[in-house]
Design a protein around this ligand. Structure first.
Ligand code: DX5
Ligand code: ZN
Length: 220
């Protein structure tokens, strides 16, 4: 049986009770913390920045999976390493010299991730797949939690899995946006290794149980 990783998205947490929600994730079956950084330029929303990540990092006891939805991410690679990011994903669409950016992330001791928007074809990753630890495949247009899952994602997961296998890479496939009990099993079957879930976890009556059930559903 496959151990699909679950990464609750802190964007959907209650920011007035952030420590409580972080402890909930610590004590749950969740594998990673997914942290969304938005700059209001690359995406039409601003989430939170360095001081909040610093506060999260002081309490979080699991992998910090940081998803940068910002222009010019190279400017902040060192800062995110110092803040304690384990994984750092930059957007394909925001990087002119993506190969160099991936090396810079790894040089700071982090795992290097590429996030791709729904319109970005996975074949564009072929020449950097062996340099990439993680592909964060957006299954909604980035910027907001609580949006509907885009069905075309299943096809993209299968195509990306084929590219990874063909190149002998060990890149993880992470799905971000609109993940729920309705699509988790099908995504895992298609080849997804990590499922991000924001609203589905935090808007449920019992987030701890929801994380456990998502983990079970996705471990196909
Ligand atoms: C969207 C973010 C996602 C978001 C997922 O731009 O990258 O990580 O928090 O939230 P849900 O699961 O509610 O779609
Ligand atoms: Zn995200």
């Amino acid at each position: 049986m496959k151990n699909t990783l679950i990464a609750p998205s802190v964007l959907s947490a209650d920011f007035a009770n952030l420590q409580r929600d972080i402890e909930m994730i610590n004590n749950s079956e969740a594998d990673w913390f997914h942290i969304d950084i938005m700059d209001g330029v690359f995406v039409p929303n601003i989430s939170f920045g360095m001081p909040v990540l610093d506060a999260i990092a002081r309490h979080a006891k699991k992998t910090l999976d940081v998803h940068l939805m910002i222009v010019e991410p190279d400017r902040y690679i060192k800062t995110f390493a110092e803040l304690g990011a384990t994984n750092l994903s930059v957007h394909f669409e925001a990087c002119t010299h993506l190969h160099r950016t991936l090396q810079a992330i790894k040089a700071e001791g982090m795992k290097a991730g590429i996030a791709i928007n729904p319109h970005t074809n996975v074949n564009l990753l072929e020449d950097v797949i062996n340099d990439t630890d993680l592909v964060c495949m957006m299954s909604v247009n980035p910027g907001f939690g609580g949006q509907s899952f885009i069905e075309n994602t299943y096809k993209k997961v299968r195509q990306l899995k084929e590219i990874i296998t063909r190149n002998g890479a060990n890149t993880l496939i992470e799905i971000d946006g609109g993940v729920s009990d309705k699509n988790a099993a099908k995504l895992a079957e298609a080849g997804a290794d990590v499922l991000v879930a924001g609203n589905f976890v935090f808007k449920s009556d019992n987030p701890t149980d929801t994380i456990a059930s998502l983990k079970k559903i996705a471990s196909v």
